[in-house]
Ligand binder design. Structure first.
Ligand code: ADP
Length: 208
């Protein structure tokens, strides 16, 4: 059940790295859904002048904020990697702000319904309760590796290491209400999105 702060009908879109979340979200946007991307929001909070910058300065010190006013990501990454207590401290600052800003964006959205893009939806747990349905963009792990290597220039081992920090394909599929299989020709995606979009429009009108 969605909580009172999210719209009555909303979708949580998730999938592993390189599965095609952004590609699929763009297709829904083209059909009139509003997309709220939690990664973009998280990033903007720690950009120059972002809402998390002063709380981070207070909690961690000036060294963690660069001269341009952005979070010093390299230093923070090193710090939270080495010390779970520091990671929790950072999450204690970021998570409420991400939640607040995603709700704000959803309430301001003008589309026929809202899709929250949440890469770690299955891992984080709380998102599952905040959305009406979970849509998983699914693809075999080999495809994920190929796409991310091509997009980012990371090695196979580096991509695998990131994937190990994420839920498995099976764990995501268990959490799914709906699935877009993105296992080949991207040309198959518009028809899959058309069908889901038609379904979501009906559900949104009924506020189910
Ligand atoms: P995510 O947002 O899940 O990380 P993206 O939508 O950014 O994934 O897709 C990862 C990369 O793979 C992008 O460069 C995208 O253009 C490409 N891609 C996505 N789906 C396909 C597909 N079916 N065939 C070929 N390339 C694809």
């Amino acid at each position: 059940m969605p909580d009172v702060t999210t719209p009555p009908f909303s979708i949580g879109l998730t999938g592993g790295i390189g599965s095609g979340k952004s590609t699929v979200a763009d297709l829904f946007a083209a059909r009139g859904a509003s997309i709220v991307d939690t990664d973009l929001i998280a990033h903007s909070l720690t950009a120059p002048g972002g809402l998390a910058i002063e709380p981070i300065r207070d909690a961690f010190g000036d060294d963690f904020v660069q001269a341009d006013g952005a979070l010093n990501r390299a230093k923070m990454r090193e710090t939270v990697f080495a010390d779970p207590a520091q990671r929790h401290k950072l999450e204690g600052i970021l998570h409420p702000l991400i939640r607040e800003q995603t709700v704000k964006a959803a309430l301001e959205a003008k589309g026929s319904y809202v899709i929250f893009v949440v890469p770690l939806l299955v891992e984080s747990g709380t998102w599952i309760e905040r959305v009406s349905r979970v849509l998983v963009v699914d693809c075999p792990e080999e495809r994920q590796i190929e796409r991310v290597m091509q997009r980012s220039g990371l090695s196979k081992e580096q991509v695998r290491a990131i994937m190990q920090t994420q839920a498995t394909r099976a764990e995501r599929l268990i959490a799914a209400d709906d699935i877009v299989l993105n296992d080949g020709d991207a040309g198959t995606l518009p028809a899959l999105v058309d069908a889901l979009h038609a379904h979501y429009l009906v559900l949104a009108q009924q506020q189910i």
